[in-house]
Design a protein around this ligand. Structure first.
Ligand SMILES: [Zn+2]
Length: 299
């Protein structure tokens, strides 16, 4: 006999896969402003309507070897990735919090984060209505749990999220003459403030760390390609000085060396931003989502 617990887990994963499949449609249509339900799914290249067995999450992608069943146009890897990520988040929510009203809220927020992260990575576009829906449900959730205290901390969380992100975004005017981040990041940080209340500062700190892990390698790769030797060399020296300071030799001399190289690096990077011709916003919603999910599942 199958254990009921794992039986439910199995079906929640399947439901996650199906929702992920639906989110792919939401992501695609929200970027092209089409209706979510009509018209039925079709290949964007040849326009053929998909057969039912072209729509099975992940499995269709594998069976079709990542190509359209009619014209052999490559299908974006986004489809199976969104499906699998949604499945993992749904399954993890159940394993961590069981099956109750709180978990339903959590599944909704995970879904919002999956959609906003995907559109941010893909087109640097985020539907702010989704963030607003997250913020409002966050206020409701905290009020249900902690009454007035929950209600008020939700609002303080929203304020902290919005103010911190706006402050960082507007620092861009000083260094580069433009916003450092898009407006959507402010909405998402505010929404997360509504969910996490006073703990929003942890989400913001973790998002900063996450952004470094994702953004720095890409940044230095671009610098390397642009033949910006000074920034690359300083980057390596800074990393070395941090390692030396943290592991081998912790004193005022190594600290001073680390700070000098770090400041020099920051200065070169900022000068580079000011001179760059086509500046790009960094997608920051993925970093915020990573911070929020880390706190939800690992603390
Ligand atoms: Zn096709």
């Amino acid at each position: 006999m199958i254990d009921t617990y794992w039986y439910i887990f199995f079906w929640i994963c399947i439901i996650g896969l199906c929702f992920g499949s639906f989110f792919n449609v939401v992501i695609l249509r929200s970027l092209s402003n089409e209706s979510i339900v009509f018209p039925p799914s079709k290949c964007p290249k040849c326009g053929n309507k998909l057969k039912w067995w072209h729509n099975i999450p992940v499995l269709s992608y594998i069976l079709l070897k990542g190509k359209c069943g009619f014209c052999k146009e490559k299908i974006s890897i986004q489809y199976p990735i969104v499906e699998i990520v949604t499945m993992i988040l749904f399954g993890a929510s159940y394993l961590r919090y069981g099956l109750n009203l709180d978990t339903i809220f959590l599944l909704f927020w995970c879904s919002c984060l999956v959609i906003m992260t995907s559109t941010d990575i893909k087109e640097k576009l985020v539907d702010c209505n989704i963030a607003i829906a997250m913020g409002i449900t966050g206020i409701i959730f905290n009020t249900l749990h902690a009454g007035w205290y929950g209600f008020i901390t939700s609002f303080i969380g929203i304020l902290i999220g919005v103010i911190v992100l706006e402050a960082i975004a507007r620092l861009g005017y000083i260094f580069a003459g433009t916003r450092a981040m898009g407006e959507a990041d402010t909405y998402v940080a505010g929404a997360l403030g509504g969910l996490f209340g006073l703990s929003i500062h942890m989400v913001l700190l973790l998002s900063l760390a996450a952004s470094m892990i994702f953004i720095l390698p890409v940044f230095f790769y671009n610098q390397f390609k642009a033949n910006n030797k000074l920034v690359c060399i300083l980057g390596v020296l800074f990393a070395l000085s941090v390692v030396v300071f943290e592991t081998v030799w912790q004193n005022y001399l190594t600290l001073a060396i680390m700070l000098i190289i770090g400041l020099w690096l920051a200065f070169s990077v900022l000068r580079g931003i000011k001179n760059a011709e086509n500046r790009n916003y960094l997608p920051y919603v993925p970093a915020l989502a990573a911070g929020a999910l880390y706190i939800t599942f690992f603390t």
